[in-house]
Design a protein around this ligand. Structure first.
Ligand SMILES: N[C@@H](CCC(=O)N[C@@H](CS)C(=O)NCC(=O)O)C(=O)O
Length: 218
């Protein structure tokens, strides 16, 4: 098999690429990275010195592809499936890139910072930073709520790369800064995403690891 995905089943940015793989049934060999295991860690750092997952290895093209967005873009161009995750229409593709950046920068990354704070030693926590992350997520919720009032998926009627990234960002953001019933159109969008078979599969595969998620209640 040509494609190997290095990932962890609980890691949110890895979910983004897994959703893309499962949407199109693209075959790949899964390699679970355990950064707590010295052997797995060393092998992973050889592949990608920055140490961030997911990473795609394509033996057929002798390519190592880091960054979830770039992995999906790469698959869409070189191993396209039934569903084009990056639209061929340039205006729509721009909308997808903008939405993808929005979810990564203003939901996913603040959520990650929030979660990372829980993993710090008690005397190194950063309540000010956590408040900033929460405020960022809340501003993003308000923007998404207005935007999704008239849309099915992130850029309209078709499911794209932006939706692959929106699911993990919103799923975990909802754990650290709960949506409750404050943002009904974000909630409805998250519910629609949760029903995609690709997402159901990702959640099923993550279940055995959920106890490792450090935020029990926000
Ligand atoms: N911009 C990167 C972010 C990747 C990222 O932050 N991955 C996390 C897992 S969700 C990771 O590798 N964390 C390990 C670490 O920081 O040590 C992407 O889109 O792939």
């Amino acid at each position: 098999m040509s494609l190997t995905l290095h990932f962890h089943p609980l890691a949110s940015f890895c979910w983004k690429t897994l959703i893309a793989f499962y949407e199109n049934g693209t075959p790949f060999e899964p390699v679970i990275v355990d950064l707590g295991d010295p052997v797995s860690r060393e092998a992973f750092l050889k592949l990608t010195p920055i140490g961030k997952m997911p990473v795609l290895r394509d033996e057929a093209r002798d390519m190592t592809v880091p960054e979830s967005t770039i992995v999906i873009d790469y698959l869409d161009r070189l191993y396209p499936g039934r569903l084009r995750l990056m639209p061929t229409d340039p205006d729509l593709a721009l909308q997808v890139r903008l939405a993808d950046r929005f979810y990564d920068f203003y939901v996913h990354e603040p959520m990650q910072r929030f979660v990372a704070d829980y993993l710090r030693p008690a005397d190194r926590r950063d309540p000010y930073g956590v408040d900033q992350s929460r405020a960022q997520i809340e501003s993003a919720y308000a923007i998404i709520n207005a935007d999704m009032a008239t849309k099915q998926w992130a850029v309209g009627d078709v499911f794209t790369l932006a939706d692959c990234g929106a699911f993990p960002a919103l799923f975990y953001a909802d754990k650290v800064s709960p949506l409750r019933d404050r943002f009904p159109d974000v909630r409805a969008y998250l519910d629609r995403l949760s029903q995609r078979p690709s997402v159901v599969r990702v959640l099923d595969e993550a279940k055995p690891y959920f106890h490792l998620f450090p935020v029990k209640e926000a």
